[in-house]
Design a protein around this ligand. Sequence first.
Ligand SMILES: C[S@@+](CC[C@H](N)C(=O)[O-])C[C@H]1O[C@@H](n2cnc3c(N)ncnc32)[C@H](O)[C@@H]1O
Length: 273
Amino acid sequence: MSQRNSRNHAEAVVAAQEINYTDEFDYDNSSPHLTHDNLRTMVETRMVKLVEQTLARQGSCRVLEVGAGHGTFTRSVLDAGAQITVTETSTASADYLRRTFGDAIEVRFDETGEEILKTEERWDIAVMTSVLHHIPDYLAFLTGLTGLVAPGGSIFTVQDPLYYPRMSKVAHAADRATYFAWRLVQGNYGRGLATRLRRLRGTYDDAAPSDLVEYHVMRDGVDEVAIEKQLSESFESVEIFRYWSTQAKIWQRLGERTRMVTTFGVEATGRRR
Ligand SMILES: C[S@@+](CC[C@H](N)C(=O)[O-])C[C@H]1O[C@@H](n2cnc3c(N)ncnc32)[C@H](O)[C@@H]1O
């Protein structure tokens, strides 16, 4: 892709977030890490622990949350005692966050999704929940984000699909089957069917918000091994944790009893100077 085409493409992806994440968007309904108590608790516990460790080490903790949505985890991090800056590419979500949190946090509308990477400011922890798979060049984004983390600091990202070519075929099939079973009772069948037909033809439509919003869910997933390798160059420790995650409660409970994993998170700590 030429530089200009790639810029237009990135703009189309960001525009799709704006179209998808409107005032009416229900983050909870389609997000396993918000719907299922155990996943939500796992995310909160890990994030809060990072904040507590930072507070214990240096007495203060600045957190940057990229793509905060409606601020589910912003609340946990705030309650743990951090000072928070959040970014959002959706104006509706940025407004929602301002209304909900008032002056307790700083909300920045990020028109390109990459404005934040140009700042000279530094944070102790950068977090993203269910955001990385929306970003076409997530490795480049993580390089930029690493530059915003202060020495000793961390990056925490979670709820992204494992890289499909490396995922077990059984887990991938179970992931798709449980998604479709859930999708069947969600309505909006016209859009769902059009997406499915494109998938069967093996194509993506850069004018279709569903292909652009869930960017890597629709393509190959997110390459957790490449992320681990890249972050290991800048952080003392990089943990990749893998788990089962799906929308419907029943399939979540059943899937958790197996050894299938579909989703991952990353905790990179000890940013080197
Ligand atoms: C699936 S939602 C997750 C929201 C929230 N983090 C959560 O877990 O509930 C993804 C959010 O990331 C935002 N987003 C996507 N790319 C972004 C970027 N480059 N910078 C800031 N926000 C972004 C979208 O507008 C959307 O609100």
